[in-house]
Every structure is written in structure tokens, then in C-alpha cells.
Design a protein around this ligand. Structure first.
Ligand code: HEM
Length: 471
């Protein structure tokens, strides 16, 4: 192949392409560039920075090679790092606290503990969290029932309550009670503020003087987050219990490699990290899944049938969850079309060629743009844009080309919460379909995206009509 320079949209002096990227709809801007420039292009950003966007499966496949590329937190992740330091999500390569936390927590997060018999303490497993997940999912169903059949339900808001309350309960035995209170818990409020500001900080253009009030609030929110997590930690240390949650896993776990325990500060970093990494992602997934199902009545009917056949009207048990292949496929297909994290980043470890022809330089940041790569017709065919859960049933799914489906990230830095999120989402769908029929509040609604750190359907309202005999 011949060396091909990576195309770049023409930009302005100094700020480069920055003004062409919509700060509240970056995904759209990146996608528009992809329409024009194809599988790869390079953006120029203020401060001589560049960002190479990869939009096809063959390029993503290369960027997933951890010998050639590594995750280094920059941009928004660097801002989040101010609050949670070398916690799992925001750690730099090689940081010791990442390694210890990763090895201590991996077994807890693994659904099939078979692979980790030596490390697995037998204490904490995602399966073991079923009862508490079920508790919160039931609270949501009761709220849906109380809305009544004609009240529009802001799906994303309630799925966010579900995700936050489930995480806080399963990770540290803490109840936000979001379904019972109008005001959000101060920790949730602070997290919202912290994340919003983290999203804005990288694109600041004025001298720092202008941001004094924003900065004060930002650091105050971080303090609230850390103080709350610290109180939870102290209280657990003072009154130890044998709850099988992530806090106990972190307190008791010993890193098999170094023999070390996680430090208090690392435990606090990661308690907050779980809330950050796990709430919008899971809630976005559920919101998009309902949107897609309401737009695709055949798939909707298949979900309904599966729940009725496998679970019926009786109580849902943990055993049911692995017997719902269609719901699992619906979630996988949703994560393909609407990856809540639609882009994640790596940097090049050396000067090298991508696809044997596009030169990139050492340390250059690159983005795996899932919103496009997940639609690559080379993998998904001509109907790549359509919602077809059938292609995500185990049989085709397990034979997908390598790195074709990356909603949970890659390699050592892939999502540690994947089994947690899948169990929670499958359970929520099962509980809701067992008890309700759903309709789109406005049948003419078409998907609009709201972007913060993650993406969600904007203004998506549905209604829930109780099926006979709620269980
Ligand atoms: C990492 C997606 C749920 C905790 C990641 C990454 C992605 C992702 C794409 C990699 C980010 C990067 O490379 O920069 C998702 C999706 C979820 C989900 C789509 C839901 C459907 C969760 C949950 C938790 C969680 C529920 C916590 C219980 C984490 C952590 C990391 C991570 C700690 C960092 C792992 C590391 O680098 O060691 N997630 N996530 N995630 N996620 Fe998730």
C-alpha cells in the first residue's frame, strides 16, 4: 500500500477545528466529518493538539492492539481524575493502585467464577447481588404502577435512579432512595455537578480568572463526593459486617501479585468511580433499548413472549436471567447502535502506520469512534443501521469478527462492570415486561440524542400500562 496522509477538515488558525465541534453534540459533529472524510481523519485542536478519529472496523481492530496503543486518560478523563485520581477508570498505564484494584476486584466482578478459582474468595459475586438488584428494580416497577397508564414516564430519569440506587446498594450497602424522594441525594447532586464541569473544562478558552466561581463549585463537589465515600468507609470499618458487597471486597481483598491491600484513598476513588462509570451507561442502555423496542413491534413482541414463556407470572429468580437469550440480544444490539460511551481513546506507543498506509506519530491521541465503527457494512452488512436483535443471539454473536463490538471498551482497560450492568439491565427488562405493556407517549417521536459524558435519548417519554395481575 502507498503511504496516505490522513485527511483533515480545514480549520482556523490557533483553534483549529475546535469551533466546528458542537460542544453539546460532539457525536453528531464527529459523524458529520466521517460522512465527508471516511474511515479516518485528523482534527486539529487548540494548543497544537491533534486527535485522529477512527471510524471503521479494520482501524478499530488495530487500535485494540495493546502492544501498539494504550489508554492514557486525557481530555474529560483528565478532569475526572482530579476527583478520583488513579482509580480504575482514570488511571495511567502502569500505576500501582490500578493494578492492585484491578486484581482485587476482577474476581468480584466475574459472573463465572470458574476462571478465577484461586483468587475467588467465595464471598462476593455478581450473582450474589441479585436480591438487592431485584429490590431496587421492584421499587421502580411500583413507581411505574403508581404513575398510572396515562402519565408520560421520563424513561431516562427513572433508569438513572435505578442505576444509581443499585450501584450504591450493591457496592456499599447505601440507600439513596431515589424512587422515594423528590430531591436528589447530596452525593448524586455533587456528582452531577462534578461531571458536568469535567465535561466543560477541557474546552475553556478564557483566562482562568473567569472560571473562579466554576472552579470553587467543582472542588466543593469533589469534596462532597469524597467526604460521603469516606464516611461510608469509616462506618464500615467501625462496624464490620459480612455483607457481600464491593466495599467489603475492597477492604478484605488481597492482591495476589503484590500481597497488598487497597489503600483507603484508593477505595474511596473506586467507590466514586463505580457510581460515575456505571450510572449513565446502564441507564442510557435501558432507555435506548425501550426506544428501539417501541419502534420495532416485532422485537417488542418477542421480548414479551420470552418473558411470559421463561418466567411467567411467578417471582423472577437469578436462574431465569441466563435463560433470556432474546433480551440479552436486544441489549447487545442496543449497545451496538447506541453505545452510551460512543467514543474512547488510546495513544500511539510509537511512530507507525495504520492499515499499512496512514502514518501516526508516537503519543498521538486517537479515538475509537464506535458510533460509526459499529455501523461498518463490512461487518454488519447493508442493514447495519437497522435494529435486528437476531444478529446478536449467541450463535452469530460469538462468531463476530474480532473487535467488531466494543461498547465495553478494550483489553485490560475494558469495563470491569460489564457483568454487573448486564445482570441489572436484563433483570430490569424482565421485571418491567412481566408487569407492564409499554407505549410511546408520542408515537411520532424520533430519536434525538442528549450528550453529556455519555449519550441518552433526549425527551423520550413512554407510558406503562399494567398487565393483568402484577406480580
Ligand atoms: C470502563 C462502558 C457499566 C465500571 C468502561 C469502558 C467502557 C465502559 C467503554 C472503557 C472506557 C475507556 O476505555 O476509557 C460501560 C457500559 C456500561 C458500563 C456501556 C453499561 C451498559 C459499568 C458499571 C460499572 C462500570 C455498572 C461499575 C459497577 C467501569 C470501570 C471502568 C469501566 C471501573 C474502568 C476499568 C479500567 O480501566 O480498569 N466501561 N460500562 N461500568 N467501567 Fe464501564
Amino acid at each position: 500500500a502507498t503511504i496516505t496522509p490522513i485527511p483533515s477538515p480545514p480549520g482556523l488558525p490557533i483553534v483549529g477545528n475546535a469551533t466546528q465541534i458542537d460542544p453539546v453534540a460532539q457525536r453528531r459533529s464527529f459523524s458529520d466529518f466521517a460522512d465527508k472524510y471516511g474511515e479516518i481523519y485528523r482534527l486539529h485542536l487548540p494548543g497544537q493538539r491533534t486527535l485522529v478519529m477512527a471510524n471503521s472496523h479494520r482501524l478499530i481492530n488495530e487500535l485494540c492492539d495493546e502492544k501498539r496503543f494504550a489508554k492514557i486518560p486525557n481530555g474529560v478523563l483528565e478532569e475526572i481524575r482530579n476527583g478520583v485520581h488513579d482509580g480504575l477508570f482514570t488511571a495511567k498505564p502502569g500505576e500501582e493502585a490500578w493494578g492492585i484494584a484491578h486484581r482485587v476486584l476482577m474476581p468480584a466482578y466475574v459472573l463465572h467464577v470458574l476462571f478465577y478459582p484461586a483468587m475467588f474468595s467465595g464471598e462476593v459475586s455478581i450473582r450474589g447481588m441479585f436480591e438487592e438488584m431485584h429490590d431496587i428494580a421492584t421499587q421502580m416497577a411500583l413507581k411505574f404502577a403508581r404513575y398510572g397508564p396515562s402519565t408520560p414516564i421520563p424513561a431516562s430519569d427513572d433508569f438513572t435512579r435505578l442505576a444509581l440506587d443499585t450501584l450504591a446498594l450493591c457496592s456499599m450497602g447505601f440507600r439513596f432512595n431515589s424512587f422515594y424522594t423528590k430531591e436528589l441525594h447530596p452525593m448524586i447532586e455533587a456528582m452531577g455537578g462534578f461531571l458536568t464541569e469535567s465535561g466543560k473544562r477541557p474546552s475553556r478558552v478564557l483566562p482562568s480568572f473567569f472560571y473562579r466561581a466554576d472552579d470553587a463549585k467543582y472542588w466543593q463537589d469533589i469534596e462532597i463526593l469524597r467526604n460521603t465515600a469516606q464516611e461510608v468507609l469509616e462506618s464500615r470499618k467501625k462496624h464490620p459486617d459480612d455483607r457481600k458487597d464491593l466495599l467489603n471486597a475492597m477492604l478484605k481483598g488481597v492482591d495476589p501479585k503484590t500481597g497488598k491491600h487497597m489503600s483507603d484513598s484508593s477505595i474511596i476513588d473506586n467507590l466514586i468511580t463505580f457510581l460515575i462509570a456505571g450510572h449513565e451507561t446502564t441507564s442510557g442502555t435501558l432507555s435506548f433499548a425501550f426506544y428501539r423496542l417501541l419502534k420495532n413491534p416485532e422485537s417488542y413482541q418477542k421480548v414479551q413472549n420470552e418473558v411470559d414463556e421463561v418466567i411467567g407470572k411467578g417471582p423472577i429468580t437469578v436462574e431465569h436471567l441466563s435463560k433470556l437469550p432474546y433480551i440479552t440480544a436486544v441489549l447487545r444490539e442496543t449497545l451496538r447502535l447506541d453505545s452510551p460511551i460512543s467514543v474512547f481513546g488510546v495513544v500511539s506507543l510509537e511512530d507507525q502506520l495504520l492499515a499499512g498506509r496512514y502514518p501516526v506519530t508516537k503519543d498521538e491521541p486517537m479515538a475509537l469512534f464506535l458510533a460509526r465503527a459499529h455501523l461498518d457494512p463490512a461487518v454488519w452488512g447493508d442493514d447495519a443501521n437497522d435494529f435486528k436483535p437476531e444478529r446478536m443471539l449467541d450463535e452469530p454473536f460469538n462468531k463476530l469478527p474480532k473487535n467488531a463490538w466494543k461498547p465495553f471498551g478494550n483489553g485490560a482497560r475494558a469495563c470491569i462492570g460489564r457483568p454487573f450492568a448486564m445482570q441489572e439491565a436484563i433483570l430490569a427488562m424482565a421485571v418491567l415486561f412481566q408487569n407492564f405493556n409499554f407505549v410511546m407517549h408520542d408515537p411520532t417521536y424520533n430519536l434525538a440524542i442528549k450528550q453529556t459524558l455519555t449519550i441518552k435519548p433526549d425527551n423520550f417519554l413512554m407510558r406503562a400500562i399494567i398487565r393483568d395481575g402484577m406480580s
